[in-house]
Write a protein that binds this ligand. Sequence first.
Ligand code: TRP
Length: 432
Amino acid sequence: MTALRVLTGIKPSGTPHLGNYVGAIRPTVRASREPGIDSFLFLADYHALISTRDPARVQRSTLEIAATWIACGLDPERVTFYRQSDIPEIPELTWLLACVCGKGLLNRAHAYKAAVDKNTADGRDPDDGVTMGLFMYPVLMAADILMFNAHRVPVGRDQIQHIEMARDLGASFNHLYGEHFTLPEAVIDEQVATLPGLDGRKMSKSYDNVIPLFAPREQLRKLIMGIVTDSRAPGEPKDTDGSAVFQLYQAFATAQETAALARDFGAGIAWSEAKERLFERIDREIAPLRATYDALMAQPERVEAYLREGAAKARALATPFMARLRHAVGLRPLDTLPAPASASTVTGAPSAPPLFKQYRETDGRFYFKLTDAKGHVLLQSHGFASGREAGQAVARLKVHGWAACTDLHPQVTPHTDADTLEAALAALRKAD
Ligand code: TRP
């Protein structure tokens, strides 16, 4: 059995904080170590260009985020860990997908719609400030996912629509060019831990209440001492419910440690002491990671080497797959064409025989259609339960012709007259 392929992109932006660590980095790293999982993780630096035009910042964030994930235990040997922009097949696939993507689909994308709505509300042109990068975001993301035929894509709720669009684009491509892509499924972790920040609200950059993951020890201590609490004095029992100090502790401590702190809350532990304990508990987990992070930041060439190895692993899959996709759409070497017939035989005759195409639809059923040399559909089947049944129907039509196979008529819809059909089937029989 092949391993379950799980793929996620990380946008390199901002400095990671404890909330990112507890909610995303730590669980993802753990999941990547589970047996039977083939994990793909990449830095979505092409995506970063949509929101950042500061080249130094793009570079710096890419280094910081890569070093963060490695420091937090991501094993680049075991996981395919790469930088999106090291895989030229991804933008190449983006174009192939763009060519099967209705513009209307992208008009409905949340991020684009939000920009348009805001412009409209502010009385500006609807597309004011909207780049094609923003508009095409879902297509690039679909290429990220389909390139590696990921089965599962763990993402936040805000990304579900993007995964659905990736499925849509993959299915359209498969329908037109044959079965090439696995259709991905979004995995939403319903119980993602959200961590309170310094002010008790959810830890988030937009609230300016974050504790940076790799703040130096003394700064970490200072920040923790500044967490908002109620004004109960030492000796007064304290509520664990709604206490940011307690919730943060819980995110790092074992069940026993947490129970012990709960007892001490009841017994009236001083806030300063509770915070001291929280600080030591967090630092115990983070300190070794911080040391690795600092070492990596001091040697960017090591991070670069990891990413290049990851890119080589990823391209070992992407390059041959892209070659197959290029062939599928007709981007082919010209010398593989059969020699053209001479002018006299061409007159009045189609240049290629009709063609049966068998394929599988997203409903899981098996279909075939017959097209003429110009690609017009002559006949279209309904869904068969198995590929074998569909194949047998095709074989019988070829051998016996349309009129003789009356039992197949309910399962096949002709799109042309009977004479044309019989002529096409006869031509196929001759060609076989
Ligand atoms: N759009 C994702 C985010 O903002 C990042 C991303 C880019 C991604 N490409 C992806 C996630 C492919 C999963 C799969 O978080």
